[in-house]
Design a binder for this molecule. Structure first.
Ligand SMILES: Nc1nc2c(ncn2[C@@H]2O[C@H](COP(=O)(O)OP(=O)(O)O)[C@@H](O)[C@H]2O)c(=O)[nH]1
Ligand SMILES: [Mg+2]
Ligand SMILES: [Zn+2]
Length: 289
């Protein structure tokens, strides 16, 4: 039978299939070959009264920090104020999602603070245009949180976004349990806590990861030269040079630059592209020069 790994406690694996929860240990073979992660799908055999993990099924994706496999969705939480949106972080998370084959959903939170905020309009117009779903939430509005909850159905999701945007508040409403609200996340610099991650089960087929986000080091695997491939609004545009970085060339020969000048591509997205490009290039030069 197939199960999903929801917790790992030393050498014990807590597995779930629908309402059934069991405890299992990996066979010697599985243990030798691979490191089982939370989120993994495994096949289990019963040997007398013990459950043995016989096989680790192929993964859709996996991460090292936090150690988790088969993430379907990332709910990227942004608040319209307190704190203001961090658009560089948002764009980086989207790049990571594309790289790891994860569906991003942008969750604009704290809309109770100002329903007509200009940030809401900006996010709606720019990000829907590049094919990303945008939803609005407030922890004071149960219908809106329920709407988000429906989007999680049947999937394994992770919440991301900077500190204070409302990740813990939203997730505790979704799972009906207290998550540390108003506390600093566990990702402060220099504090590499070894806390094991686990999956919260919302119903019998939907899960959320109990730790926010992924460390940005995953992003730094991308070379600056490839970065443009992660921008949907650049695809199908033909610049004079095929390897155009869309940065140095003039708008006579760079179609992307022309579209920015004409207002078809959002200037903010483009400026952040240049910023992230330069950061990746710095990283690259540090490594290889
Ligand atoms: N007005 C308002 N405040 C919120 C909302 N969501 C969260 N907060 C507040 O924002 C602060 C940070 O929330 P928290 O869930 O800890 O954010 P996290 O750091 O992303 O986990 C807390 O004081 C929450 O009460 C919301 O929708 N509206
Ligand atoms: Mg939190
Ligand atoms: Zn170009």
């Amino acid at each position: 039978m197939e199960y999903i790994v929801t917790n790992i406690l030393l050498d014990k694996y807590i597995l779930k299939n629908g309402v059934e929860v069991i405890e299992a240990t990996p066979s010697g073979n599985v243990k030798k070959k691979s490191n089982i992660l939370v989120g993994d799908r495994v096949l289990v055999e019963k040997n007398y009264d013990r459950y043995i993990i016989d096989k680790l099924l192929d993964r859709k994706n996996y991460f090292i920090r936090p150690p988790v496999a088969n993430v379907d969705q990332m709910v990227i939480v942004i608040s319209i104020k307190n704190p203001l949106p961090d658009y560089i972080l948002l764009d980086k998370e989207i790049i990571l999602c594309i790289k790891k084959n994860i569906t991003p959903i942008i969750c604009v939170n704290k809309i109770d603070l100002d329903e007509n905020d200009k940030e809401i309009e900006y996010i709606d117009s720019v990000y829907k245009k590049i094919g990303i779903e945008v939803i609005h939430t407030s922890i004071n509005n149960k219908d809106k949180i329920d709407n988000l909850k429906q989007k999680l159905y049947g999937k394994t999701s992770v919440f991301s976004g900077n500190s204070g945007v409302g990740k813990s508040s939203i997730t505790s409403m979704i799972i009906n349990e207290d998550v540390e609200i108003g506390m600093l996340g566990k990702t402060q610099k220099g504090k590499h806590t070894t806390k094991k991650v686990s999956l919260y089960s919302i119903d019998n087929c939907s899960y959320i990861l109990d730790t926010p986000g992924f460390s940005s080091y995953e992003l730094y695997d991308i070379s600056h030269k490839e970065l443009k491939n992660y921008y949907k609004e650049f695809s199908n545009l033909k610049c004079e040079y095929e390897d155009c970085s869309h940065i140095l060339e003039s708008s006579d020969i760079c179609e992307v630059k022309r579209k920015v000048n004409e207002g078809y591509i959002d200037k903010g997205r483009y400026d952040r592209y240049v910023y992230i490009y330069n950061k990746l290039k710095e990283e690259y030069n540090k490594k290889y020069k």
